[in-house]
Design a binder for this molecule. Structure first.
Ligand code: ZN
Length: 348
């Protein structure tokens, strides 16, 4: 790859420390872990920590770099995921081609991959950086291939997002926001009931809540990350529903024969709760940034409408296979619907 610089060591260490924290949160072993450098290719470094693989890389040619204070800053990206073996570039591009074919057959998500290739052609087939690493290509991963197809579309939807505009699988392929710097932290959306529940699904969501509303929020405090997740979970769930519709349940159920509980109801609840809380706390700020006549308002409505469609479609496909969401997920969905009603027609 031409014009690609080595990793800036200060930023690398900063990102590495963040990813190590994420690994430690999910790691099953007790006792402290150490991070070992496995491969250093200058523009990308690969580490191992416990059962996880940490990859940190530069975007080639500074694509995606943001202009800050009049000069370019490095944009480092990285991820941590359970280590599921090494792919060659050839295997990676084959696996991506298979995924694209499957997405075309399912009828949603293929454009997400096309857009990524358009934006990041140089790295698309890189086995560590390109999207193939999300897929269970060689069968060595924890999740079945089908479920990783959903994960792929979720993650690449994030990567296709540019600046203030989310990449969408529908419409003109973008939904934009203009968010000022004085918006409250997304932690105001906290669903307190999650923290002391003994329901396993809600406990898992409680972990996610800590991560999404607090930990991921240290640098970006406003609601942008919420909207971003809502959009990505919608795109992913469209794929899951499409798999059930066109290919059946293979790879989509757990060992007990149940569908994986969904994140989307909670993400939608967070979004609406955020707006409800903000309106109650600071009506003026709410009406100037999210009031009915604002573009932000329209964008939120669009995201929620498509999220609702995706979730209803998923449930319809479950019903067609004589399956259903677990009661605590249904209850969360109801909580979302109530919160949305409250947002549209405030009681007070
Ligand atoms: Zn996400």
């Amino acid at each position: 790859m031409n014009g690609t610089s080595c990793l800036n060591s200060f930023l690398r260490d900063e990102l590495k420390a963040k990813l190590e924290k994420v690994v430690d949160r999910f790691n099953k072993h007790s006792g402290p872990l150490t991070t070992v450098l496995v491969r250093d290719a200058c523009f990308k470094q690969i580490y191992r920590r416990g059962d996880y693989r940490i990859v940190i890389y530069n975007i080639p040619g500074n694509l995606g770099a943001t202009q800050y204070a009049g000069r370019f800053v490095y944009v480092l990206r990285g991820y941590a995921e359970p280590d599921h073996g090494v792919l060659t570039s050839e295997q990676a591009s084959k696996c991506l081609a298979r995924a694209k074919e499957d997405l075309l057959a399912i009828g949603t998500g293929a454009d997400v991959l096309d857009t990524y290739r358009k934006n990041f052609g140089d790295i698309t087939d890189d086995p560590d950086i390109g999207p193939a690493h999300f897929l269970n290509c060689n069968g060595g991963g924890e999740l079945p291939y089908e479920r990783t197809l959903t994960l792929l579309v979720h993650e690449v939807t994030h990567l296709d997002t540019k600046g203030n505009c989310l990449y969408t699988t529908y419409g003109s392929h973008q939904v934009c926001f203009a968010l000022s710097n004085d918006l409250p932290s997304s932690s105001i959306a906290t669903v307190a009931e999650l923290f002391d529940s003994d329901d396993p699904y809600l406990q898992k969501l409680s972990k996610a809540q800590r991560l999404y509303l607090f930990q991921f929020n240290e640098s970006n405090r406003g609601p942008a990350a919420l909207f971003n997740e809502l959009n990505a979970y919608t795109a992913g769930l469209q794929v899951s529903a499409g798999i059930l519709k066109t290919k059946g349940t293979h790879g989509m159920l757990d060992k007990g024969g149940h569908p994986e509980p969904q994140m989307l109801p909670l993400v939608m609840l967070w979004t609406v709760k955020y707006l409800d809380e903000m309106r109650a706390e600071n009506p003026d700020l709410y009406s100037s940034s999210f009031g009915p006549s604002t573009d932000n308002h329209k964008s939120v409505e669009t995201l929620l409408a498509h999220g609702e469609d995706a979730y209803r479609d998923w449930n319809a496909q479950l019903a067609a296979h004589k399956l259903s969401a677990i009661p605590s997920e249904k209850a969360l969905w109801q909580q979302y619907l109530d919160a949305r009603k409250e947002l549209e027609h405030p009681q007070s």
